[in-house]
Design a protein around this ligand. Structure first.
Ligand code: SAJ
Length: 464
């Protein structure tokens, strides 16, 4: 029996031992899915605190419940560890480590390189190695397959190497690890075959493609598509501000087209671990082929400048009340990078907070999912959201449209609001300015002051 037969039999009989390197928002759900499919899974992480919490049945990942974790532990199917030595007795090794960007916008491959080195030190015949970390096309061939060959083992005969993009959308109540179609591409057809067999035991649908490079590019196209379309609608928002057209109304109406259109919405910028970063991998690698991508760079520029645009609109709003940014009190509602999650990575709210402070504003934030942030090396606690407190701010910026916010109540108690998400749609009040709509002229603002003050009286009587 050759190595391919061996690993195939072990996978099919679910006797294969699986090691998932990296127990974050990708690796832990995958480990749980493999354990639920009947495999014994080592969950490897370099962070001892994470390993301790996992061993205690304490999940720190939004999409993995404590009950699910404790059940996998009790069944002996899941073994969290910091010991890479378990790879020596693992048949399948899946690498789910971060791939951040350096300040110079080129990929930081150190996490992948570190994980590959640990696998290589325990490399053995009949092993299946899958990389899931988002990266530039060619990584799997150059950083994994090449290392296997250097160790004297043949890729596609002794060892099987694949790439499979992670498609985890944290907090998505519909699409989880097992019901999201799983793309996989091997360095050789035999690799694709073995990888497809493995994921076929765990996922509802597997989509094999012709190579690891195709699989790597699939992920980058998916997320570049989003970044570019978000950049497009943000540019449209800036244009509509100039032309006094409500971009939100435009998008909503365009979205009624039942084919050939997909709505994207303006915002204060883009955050997260995927959309701001993934396209830059492609842009960076393409330069090695003397190809200079325009869409990605342009989208990155437009999206990256949205926080500054928001800060400029805060200044315009304060100006209507004859107030400079310096010394004004500004409250940012929402620090997470998107609604209803607690993740602040690359969040545009952080940039808005930073820029307003730089201009001398006295800035606070409130986010029901984010109790504190680390800014300029210090921990900044969020403030409580109270009726009296709201009224003390010269401007309130709605940066993340969490479902938990009571928008009519906020509008009833805030003096001046800048809405960057159209979250106050349908909530009246001349004191609500909006991204994608021009700031009124001081003359128009003064003319409508009476109406606003009458509304405030109405608001107070209406109370909340
Ligand atoms: N954003 C906009 N306008 C939009 C959509 C998003 O400004 O129309 C902003 C968000 O506020 C956020 C950033 O862009 O700051 C990214 O938002 P996202 O909806 O793309 O959410 P992510 O970053 O969690 O993206 C993930 C991705 N999943 C994976 O990479 C596996 C992405 O491919 C998914 O399409 C996305 O979730 C999703 O659909 O929720």
């Amino acid at each position: 029996m050759n190595d391919m037969d061996g690993i195939r039999r072990a996978i099919a009989a679910r006797r294969a031992t699986v090691a998932v390197i990296g127990q974050g928002y990708v690796g832990l759900p995958l480990a749980m899915a493999a354990a639920a499919a009947g495999y014994t899974v080592h969950g490897i992480d370099v962070d001892p605190d994470r390993v301790r919490r996992l061993a205690a049945g304490d999940s720190y990942v939004l999409d993995v419940s404590g009950e699910e974790l404790r059940a996998a532990l009790a069944a002996g199917r899941y073994r969290p560890t910091a010991d890479f030595g378990v790879l020596a007795s693992s048949d399948v090794a899946v690498i789910c480590v971060p791939t951040p960007l350096r300040k110079s916008k080129d990929p930081d491959m150190s996490y992948i390189a570190g994980a590959v080195a640990e696998v290589k030190a325990r490399l053995h015949r009949g092993m299946l190695i899958i990389l899931e970390s988002t990266t530039y096309p060619g990584t799997t061939d150059e950083l994994i397959a090449a290392e296997v060959e250097k160790a004297g083992l043949r890729v596609g005969e002794d060892v099987f190497v694949c790439f499979s993009p992670e498609r985890v959308d944290p907090g998505n109540a519909v699409y989880k690890t097992t019901n999201t179609p799983k793309v996989i591409g091997g360095v050789t057809p035999a690799c694709t075959d073995v990888g497809t067999l493995f994921y076929g035991q765990v996922m509802e649908r597997v989509v094999p493609v012709g190579s690891a490079r195709v699989a790597e590019m699939v992920k980058l196209l998916e997320n570049t598509f989003r970044a570019v379309n978000i950049g497009l609608v943000n540019e449209m928002a800036l244009m509509c501000e100039r032309m006094d057209i409500d971009i939100w109304e435009v998008v909503d109406a365009a979205a009624t087209k039942p084919f050939g259109f997909m709505p994207f919405y303006p915002g204060p910028g883009i955050g997260g671990h995927c959309i701001p970063l993934d396209p830059m991998y492609l842009s960076w690698k393409a330069k090695a082929y003397d190809f200079y991508n325009k869409f990605i760079e342009l989208a990155s520029d437009i999206n990256g400048n949205m926080p500054r645009h928001v800060v400029a609109k805060v200044a315009e709003a304060l100006n209507l009340e004859g107030k400079p940014v310096r010394g004004s009190r500004v409250l940012i509602l929402g620090m997470a990078y998107k609604r209803d999650i607690d993740d602040v990575r690359e969040s545009p709210s952080l940039e808005i907070f930073r820029l307003l402070r730089l201009q001398g504003a006295r800035v606070d934030f409130h986010d029901p999912h984010v109790p504190r942030i680390r800014e300029a090396g210090e921990v900044v606690e969020g403030v409580a959201l109270t009726a009296a407190g709201l009224g003390e701010y010269d401007c309130v910026v709605l940066a993340t449209n969490h479902s938990a916010f009571d928008y009519p109540w906020i509008a009833a108690h805030a003096r001046l609001i800048l809405d960057t998400r159209n979250a106050f749609k349908g909530v009246g009040g001349g004191h609500i300015l909006k991204l994608g709509k021009p700031t009124p002229s001081p003359e128009a603002w003064e003319r409508d002051r009476g109406l606003r003050e009458a509304a405030v009286v109405g608001r107070e009587q209406g109370g909340v």
